[in-house]
Design a protein around this ligand. Structure first.
Ligand code: HEM
Length: 599
């Protein structure tokens, strides 16, 4: 059967069949097939527009002889191929990106001059990239991991990037710790594994020595990090930002995305099976939903508060390891986002898109959160090497959809051709040169800063446990069991006993209660895991799992008052398998209740 026939029978898309219509297939001397363009059909060319006579054979001295260096066509093609990959993101490399729009329903005019937050019913185009954090670009979609939730709003006043996550708190309080956190969670450098997993020594070693991570750790051990679909995750800006109004007054704000499909998770048992059966589970789910016209939608909500209110919080809102419970500051829904268009090309859009927390519009400003302050530097810096040129803002997915102009010039991959002799400002030689606009432009909030310079952590950042405890206690019985199981699984993968002990001791210190030492169940689990160091994940799970699997009624609790922060919108559901691995469940439950004071 000819190759053309074989391809045809394998079920081509209409577009591919149509483009093959103006071609003729000719076999050649060596048995290879040539698809020849008939009159009017598009011609295959080099990047210089030179039509190719043969795309099957390189230039040789003789049909069986050596290839010639002279073959510029071969060299152009291979050279381009050699450079097809660009460095993947240092974090959040694996992702799904979708186009859509944002529509405002309630104006925040009182608080901000940002048009995107004041012009009701205005539709603003967005590109949203939902990612995992730790794994490489080719890693599985469903590890236990935080999901990145990055939205680029192409507003009339410039691009605004809201670069958030699907959990509202972060592991660290200061940007100077971010490289350490990521080095600890990524593959261990001597062995090159595990890929996209927190269940290993270096991660838990770092965590055991970083008490501020305790709240985020409770969240990542929960079902939150096992989303059922990317259409069912929440999104959080995490940090406090500022809104600034026309009068220059500023108000603090936290940003939230809430999925209209409700918040849903898989359980570990399902997650493990899905990971084996379909590595692209989330990307495929989103692709198919968009193709079917089943467009995912999120509500956009804000928490607004003043400096005076913030001063009364029992925590510091500038500390990214803390959230602001809705009981303190209710959420105000102000709009919605709909994702309705899959990118034309994954690389050009999802891969080349560059989000940056410092991309803001007039009326939105930063808080002093020391983590946010570091992020304002990091993203542009890394994108310079990832995208290879400081002109990456000209790539269509990154370019603002409103006019932009300045006197920055030249450099690698300059795509625009600025005309005229003037490339400086101020000038008197070009009337059409762009000029400053003091009124309708970006102004930093006029905030008075006083204090003593120094490398110090504010004492108001020192409570690492209250919200961790609050989160654990807000969970239903099944969710607490899942957290317990997750801890057992993760710690059973840690070879160093002192690291496991350190995690246990930290909780003991937090609870102030006497723990049985050593916790008998954990010790047995530890022994078993250590006796079988080379077990596969499911094998290791079974090895430490002696309690029988139990029916799991719902993933989420019934009739419990949880931190309304999340719980109000969470939808109980029957699990698909109806069962879960009760990994040392009973003992671990007791263990965690002792640590966190039970329900
Ligand atoms: C100091 C702390 C942090 C640093 C230094 C940092 C740095 C980075 C870097 C270098 C990237 C890769 C960017 C690229 O190559 O385009 C990245 C991506 C990302 N970061 Fe962070 N990050 C920090 C904290 C956070 C926090 C707290 C969040 C959530 C609130 C977050 C959310 C994201 C997301 C969603 C992406 C992926 C963006 C995309 O989809 O392209 N990061 N971060």
């Amino acid at each position: 059967m000819s190759k053309a026939k074989a391809t045809h029978q394998s079920g081509e898309s209409k577009e591919e069949t149509a483009s093959a219509a103006g071609t003729e297939v000719r076999p050649s001397a060596g048995g290879e097939l040539h698809q020849i363009a008939l009159a009017g059909h598009s011609r295959l060319t080099t990047n210089q527009g030179l039509a190719l006579s043969d795309n099957q054979n390189s230039l040789r001295t003789d049909p069986r002889g050596p290839a010639l260096l002279e073959d510029f066509i071969l060299r152009e093609k291979i050279t381009h191929f050699d450079h097809e990959r660009i460095p993947e993101r240092i974090v959040h490399a694996r992702a799904t990106g979708v186009h859509g729009y944002f529509e405002l329903s309630t104006s925040l005019k009182q608080y901000t001059k940002a048009r995107i937050l004041t012009e009701v019913r205005e539709k603003t185009p967005v590109f949203t990239r939902l990612s995992t954090v730790a794994g490489g670009a080719g890693s599985v979609d469903t590890p236990r991991d935080i999901r990145g939730f990055a939205v680029k709003f192409y507003t009339k006043e410039g691009n605004w990037d809201l670069v958030g996550n699907n959990i509202p708190v972060f592991f660290i309080q200061d940007a100077i710790k971010f490289p350490d956190l990521i080095h600890a969670v990524k593959m261990e450098p001597d062995r090159g594994f595990p890929q996209s997993a927190t269940a290993h020594d270096t991660f838990w070693d770092f965590i055991s020595l970083t008490p501020e991570s305790m709240n985020a750790v409770m969240w990542i051990m929960s079902d939150r990090t096992l989303p059922r679909s990317l259409r069912m995750i929440e999104g959080f800006g995490v940090h406090s930002f500022r809104l600034v109004n026309d009068a220059g007054e500023s108000t603090f704000v936290k940003f939230h995305w809430r999925p209209m499909l409700g918040l849903q998770s898989t359980i570990w048992d399902e997650t493990v099976k899905i990971a084996g059966a379909d590595q692209d589970f989330h990307r495929r789910d989103m692709f198919e939903a968009i193709a079917a016209g089943d467009f995912p939608e999120w509500e956009f909500a804000v928490q607004l508060f003043t400096q005076e209110e913030a001063d009364r919080f029992p925590f510091d809102h500038l500390d990214a390891t803390k959230l602001i419970p809705e009981e303190l500051v209710p959420l105000k829904t102000i709009g919605r986002m709909v994702l309705d268009r899959w990118p034309n090309n994954f690389f050009a859009e999802t891969e080349q898109v560059a989000f940056c927390p410092s991309n803001v519009v007039p009326g939105i400003d930063f808080s002093n959160d020391p983590l946010l302050q570091g992020r304002l530097f990091s993203y542009l810096d890394t994108q310079l090497s990832r995208l290879g040129s400081h002109n990456f803002h000209q790539i269509p997915i990154n370019a603002p959809k409103c006019p932009f102009d300045n006197q920055q010039r030249d450099g690698h991959m300059q795509m625009s051709q600025p005309a005229g002799r003037v490339a400086y400002e101020p000038n008197s030689l070009s009337e059409s040169s762009p000029r400053e606009t003091p009124l309708k432009s970006f102004h930093s909030a006029a905030v008075t800063e006083t204090g003593e310079k120094g490398r110090v952590r504010a004492p108001s950042f020192a409570d690492h446990y209250s919200q961790a405890r609050q989160f654990y206690r807000s969970q239903g019985v099944h969710e607490q069991a899942h957290i317990a199981s997750a801890f057992v699984f993760e710690l059973s993968k840690v070879d160093h006993l002192h690291v496991r002990e350190a995690i246990r001791r930290r909780r003991k210190r937090r609870s102030g209660r006497r723990l049985p030492s050593p916790c008998p169940r954990l010790t047995r689990a530890r022994r078993r895991a250590l006796q079988k160091p080379n077990l596969s994940p499911s094998g290791a799970t079974r090895a430490i799992c002696r309690a029988p699997a139990r029916a799991c009624e719902t993933v989420l609790p019934k009739g419990r008052t949880r931190m309304t922060y999340q719980g109000a919108r969470a939808q109980p559901r029957e699990t698909e398998t109806g069962r879960f691995f009760a990994v040392s469940k009973v003992r671990l439950d007791r263990f965690l209740k002792r640590l966190f004071g039970g329900k």
